[in-house]
Structure formats: C-alpha cells, structure tokens
Write a protein that binds this ligand. Sequence first.
Ligand code: MN
Length: 240
Amino acid sequence: MSHDALISELALANRLLVNEDVLDTFGHVSCRHPDRPDRYFLAAALAPVTVGPADILEFDLDGALLTPSDRPLYSERVIHSEIYRARPDVAAIVHHHAPAVLPFCVSGQRLVPVTQTGAAMGPNVPFWDSADDFGDTNLLLTRPEEGQSLARALGPDWVVLMKRHGATVVGRSLREMVFRAIHSTSNARTQMQAMLMGGVDALTPGEIALAGGDLKPSPVNRTWNHALRRLHLLESGITG
Ligand code: MN
C-alpha cells in the first residue's frame, strides 16, 4: 500500500470507528510508519468523525511531532508511542471509550470471547488500573511512564481494558486492528446482554485459538468493507 493510501485509510478508520460506536468525541487511532518503525501517524487533536487525510501528522516514539504544525495534539499520545516501542509486531492502535466496553472497565468484570469474531481478542484481555502505579490522576495518560505502564499491562495481548477509563486495541495492520476493535466492542455488547439473561458461556481456550489465533485477510477485509460502506451511506447523505 502506498504512503498516501495508508494515510487515507487511517483517516477513514477514524470515521468508520465512530460510525461503529467504538469512538465518540474522544479517542484516537494511529498506525506505524511502514518504512520507519520508529515513527507513527496520528491525527491532530480533533473529534475522530472530522478527521481527513490532511489532519494526519507524523510522530516519533517519544511522541515528538515531526510534521511542521502548530495544531493542538492529543495529550494521550504516549499510549501510542509506548506501545509501538514495546511491541514491534504492532502496526496500528486505537484508544477508545466505547459505551459497550465501559461497563467492564468500571465493574472489573472480565471481558471474555463469547462469539466467533470476539475470539480475535485472544485468550486474555488484561485489566490495567492507573491507580496501581500512579495513585490519583485525572485518568488521562500524558506521561511516558504512564504509557509504559499500560504497555506492560497489555503485554503480548491485543486488547487492554483501562479501569474507569476505556480500552486500547492493537493489531498487526490497520485493518486487523479495526476488525478487532469492532468485534471486541460487539462481543462486549453480547456478553453483557447474556449476563443479564443469567450467565455467560465463553468460548473454550481451544475454540479461541482456532477461531481467533490467526486472523485471515478475508474476514478482516470483509469487516473493513462492511464498515466502509456503512460510512459512505452515512456520509453520502451529509451535505454540510
Ligand atoms: Mn482516554
């Protein structure tokens, strides 16, 4: 994929993850620079639904801005910097506060795969509490050590819940991350509804390994195309 095409897909990922109820006013999406693993792309501090290709900026792994710009920046970009530093296999990240996932972040109830696509979360969804390392904070991650603590909690996994805050989802590609973000959010919705009906029968470890162990391009691209068409249907009706 060309550089321009990747930037265009990153901008689209911002908007389609809003349309899929993963992102809202806040939250942010990034992808690693394909030729410079020590750099990544992230939008200026905007509502994700408004992000276009011209809003995408380039950063190094210290979160320093490399694109000449005086635009406001996301204060929580240490999440991206420190996960890219800790996880060479990760090529894309979304940090979000999806309403379907927040009840798990508040209650401490474990998020477990209960659907075939939910298996993309992997066998373990770790739970990070900023208070364990930092005591009382404003809940935003703005210092490198906070990003490092979150990256340690994520470990080798794909989704980390953040207590009283939200979640961070990673992938080996932008589209894989989008697949995992959409389906982990819908898994959370289904799991909570099942809990209201009396209980949850999660996938077995063997089922999780078979269903989610190695995401193939076909379902990943199908989810991307589905979400993209839904976004286009929405945006084609918007005139101003
Ligand atoms: Mn946040």
